[in-house]
Ligand binder design. Structure first.
Ligand code: CA
Length: 372
């Protein structure tokens, strides 16, 4: 029995068996359990989690309690499938997608690489707001989906005009993604203390990044085609309710933030991430080192009155710790980008209730040759 998927985890995903219509299930040990059957809840007889997400926190809590009780006793084996026998699908329809930049170590490392002449690797806004950009929801794919090497413009070193072709500096960004269950209406921001009413859960997130395309295009409006070709998420959405024991304080925030971002104790998550490249673990980024809380990211994302909706996804930004073997991207390791055929797998685990550990499953992607 896989101990990372015990009774204190119970993540939600969408699965199918032998080409059947996809439905919502939970991962329990080495099985996927069909929730519509187990709980007699038609909301789970659907190919996405969105209808359930939209029902709100009381229903999420009630359902988790019922599920815990049902799986704690004897349940019909007819609703359980061995995990190796199912196909896992994108667990929710992604509405809008925003990517943050919440790791001070990553932002500093990238600042030194992209702006070597500036003595301050962090730009002046960085400790006052969680920096972000809006990305492409339609290219978020589930673990296991092939990632085609993107083509685009780049300016080779020393050249005077750009060239077009397959990216030669294809990279990863190991992140967490947060799933909004219930959004906010336009004009009504989400308070920094109200995130629990809106955030449903978290997934692993690989923000594939073409550094050469990115470096040439990003001035002055930010990342676009260097990122928008594909982002991979893990197939299991771990509920925020399962991550209670993983909550830790963020690193001290200095200078003080503006009142709309202020929490008595900004919370982060003690999630240990692992980056595997072609079968070898190359890095272990610690999520606990992230400077900004997910609650602050959500408050900032909506403070101008922008609405969020069911299925919105916001990613944390690359998770990098202070040490060289804790970085969440290849560019920070100082050499070597992805070749065709390379495979990246992200994994993560966190403290669960009652002294357990809980897992996120795999966020896997293999690079295939660029389209001619
Ligand atoms: Ca990113």
């Amino acid at each position: 029995m896989n101990e990372l998927f015990g009774i204190t985890n119970l993540p939600y995903g969408v699965y199918s068996v032998d080409g059947s219509a996809p439905r919502v299930g939970t991962r329990f040990g080495d099985h996927v359990v069909d929730l519509a059957t187990l709980l007699d809840e038609p909301v789970f007889a659907q190919p996405s989690l969105n209808a359930f997400l939209a029902e709100g926190k009381q229903r999420w809590d009630d359902t988790r309690a019922r599920l815990t009780e049902a799986l704690g006793g004897a349940f019909p084996s007819s609703c359980a499938h061995p995990v190796d026998a199912v196909r896992l699908h994108l667990p929710f329809e992604v509405a809008d997608y925003v990517d943050f930049y919440a790791s001070e170590h990553h932002a500093s490392n990238l600042g030194r690489l992209f702006r070597p002449d500036n003595p301050n690797p962090l730009l002046p806004n960085w400790k006052h707001l969680p920096v972000s950009y809006t990305g492409r929801a339609g290219s978020v794919v589930v673990s296991g989906t092939e990632v085609v090497r993107p083509c685009g413009q780049r300016m080779p070193p020393g050249a005077e005009t750009p060239v077009f072709g397959p990216s030669t500096r294809l990279d990863i960004e190991a992140e967490l993604g947060f799933v909004v269950g219930v959004g906010n209406p336009m004009g009504t921001p989400i308070g920094v203390g109200d995130a629990d009413q809106h955030l449903f859960g978290a997934v692993l997130f690989n923000d594939w990044s073409a550094r050469d395309i990115q470096a040439w295009e990003y001035v002055p409006l930010g990342p676009h085609l260097g990122k928008s070709f594909a982002s991979t998420i893990s197939p299991w959405v771990v509920p925020m309710a399962a991550l209670g024991a993983a909550r830790v304080n963020t690193p001290a925030q200095d200078p003080a933030v503006l009142p709309y971002l202020a929490l008595d104790r900004p919370w982060g998550l003690d999630i240990e991430v692992e980056v595997e490249w072609n079968g070898e673990v190359i890095s272990r980024p610690p999520y606990a080192s992230m400077y900004w809380s997910p609650a602050q990211m959500l408050a900032h994302l909506t403070v101008n009155g922008a609405p969020t909706r069911t299925g919105d996804l916001f990613a944390s930004g690359t998770i990098s710790g202070p040490d060289p073997d804790q970085v969440g991207s290849l560019i920070e390791r100082g050499g070597g980008f992805l070749e065709d055929g390379d495979e990246i797998v992200l994994r993560a685990s966190a403290p669960g209730a009652d002294g357990t550990r809980i897992g996120f499953g795999e966020c896997r992607g293999r690079i295939s040759k660029a389209h001619a």
